[in-house]
Design a binder for this molecule. Sequence first.
Ligand code: IVH
Length: 700
Amino acid sequence: MDYKSRIETLRRELHEHNYNYYVLNQPTISDYEFDMMMRELQDLEAEHPEMADPNSPSQRVGSDLNQQFRQVAHKYPMLSLANTYNESEVADFYRRVKEGLEGEPFEIVAEMKYDGLSISLTYIDGRLTQAVTRGDGEKGDDVTANVRTIRSIPLQLKPGSGYPHEFEIRGEILMPWTSFEQLNRERELREEPLFANPRNAASGTLKSQKSELVASRRLDAYLYYLLLPEGATTDSQPAQMDLFADSQPAQMDLFADSQPAPLTVESHYEGLQMARGWGFKISEGMKKCTTLQEIIDFIHYWDTERKNLPVATDGIVLKVNSLRQQRHLGFTAKSPRWAIAYKFKAERACTRLNEVTYQVGRTGAITPVANMDPVQLAGTTVRRASLHNADIIRQLDLHLGDMVYVEKGGEIIPKVVGVDLAQRKPDAQPIEFIKTCPECGAPLVRYEGEAAHYCPNDTGCPPQIKGKIEHFISRKAMNIDSLGPETVDDFYQRHLINNIADLYELTVMQVSGGNKNRTVSATKAVEAIKASVNVPFERVVYAIGIRFVGETTAKLLARRFKSMDNLANATREELMDVEGVGDVIAQSVIDYFSNATNRDILSRLRDYGLTMQISDEQLAGQTDRLAGQSVVISGVFQQHSRDEYKALIEQHGGKNVGSISAKTSFVLAGENMGPAKLEKAQKLGIKIMNEAEFLQIIND
Ligand code: IVH
């Protein structure tokens, strides 16, 4: 492949992984793989400067901004660290520091690299005043209310311990392994998607709108970077706020709150020891090293010992200890020259592949699973690993009986990453992806642009039948909470139900099976099913399980077409006119209604009394006052929540869009509208409307 297409491919893929990681909180590759791709891109871009692009993924360090929190600019940018992956790269760092300091003796502090999310805390007069996430490094989300619930973060520093009048301290918020495992167990019971790792769980928790929930999740925090305004005790501000060395506080004087005399912090290590005295949680595993060998020994020791730590770590951070020397070495555009991260290798084991089996999901998607000889990996016995799809099997060139490498990176589910070809038997048979469904025998299909194979027999394949019913009864659909996956399976096994309509014909006698002890629960179940006929139309549209029609799309379809009949008769063009509906969803809706089995089920559901059109109340409130208008919502509101405003815009025929463009009709702005949005709106001359003006328009 020529370098141009390689650069383009890398950019496209990295954009997507960035989105999976930062927006969806669901990474699909390991950090290591991501870093390797990013490195390759950076190298290629350096070699071919004519390919420079301000929008390249290499030009940003990622963003975790969440619109619902107030955004706050960091006083000093939150930089990241350059990564190294092997000892020779650590040696290179050591040599660069040595050269940079021109032979002067120096110490390197080695410490754990915590794998959570970074936070910047501000303390004034010993009290926590602000907690801000990293965001894009320049500005982050104000999550103070949530952070206040984390018990290891002091709200008030120890009186008389000598803390400075005002300072910032940075560290990592983590979810300990025990809390993480408990949380996932609970989510499994509630059939909610599991968090892939403690970092995602911690990040999802911290972004929650409810600090109550945050408190219940038992987060923890370690602090590792103390910042103090240079030579000041009060409101002094650094001269400028950019990425250059002088704007980063280095050596600083501070006055203790109770002692009049100034204190001088000269080193990172000393600063953190003092911070521990003020009440912060500082890692015990910090070491001052004076030789490269000591650093390497520290890395080796913690590579195994970290498995006994209560929280996730993914490497070691090395920092030049002296603040004066740090200042001398300075920063590159993205990271300090005085520090580096060494990333641990994902744990890997080698074992025999005995069989590939296939699971059929509720949508009919087929997942190949590697069944292997049991092997110890990162503290658990691994027997099975996901192989994702046919392409992955082909890329790995898997053969039956192969010795395969399995890895457990930041993720909990292990994966097969390679094959030891030297150990392959000459007569080994390549793995052939199945052609028919292992559950029902239907020939598999592959949709254009999708990696997965599907079983198309959605009305006759057991896991799909059960999956559809489970979806139908779920909380956001018909919310029939006295049924669950076990009852669905039980009813299905007993031939009581074969589709969602059958639920409404169940009798207490059938459900209890004539067992008197079960009469009460059976009655409850049957009544709950009956009661569900009152669920509003939009949730019925979601519940019937049209492929690719999620909760939001269902809502938009319900509002636009107003009844099941209209929706069933909608043309492709009419469907595609709905926000978020493209080719694929439109086709899926059409396919759904042209299937005779589905039509039969719908007609039965109608007979049982399910809501098949939008209610009169909903209809009554609808106007076309905002017809054809694209509205961007920004900031914090007093009268209604953001979601309520979104609903109001749609109720009045308008469209809520995420970002400002020339096509935007107006911006509905609350307090603290994001500065970037404000600037863009002003530049494009787009009207900015406040809550009162907006409400007047729709209520007039
Ligand atoms: S120091 C200017 N120390 O790793 C350097 N960072 O890419 C400030 N991290 O965003 C960071 N453990 O979230 C530092 N002991 C440690 C750390 C640590 C984890 C995270 C931090 C940062 C990222 C570096």
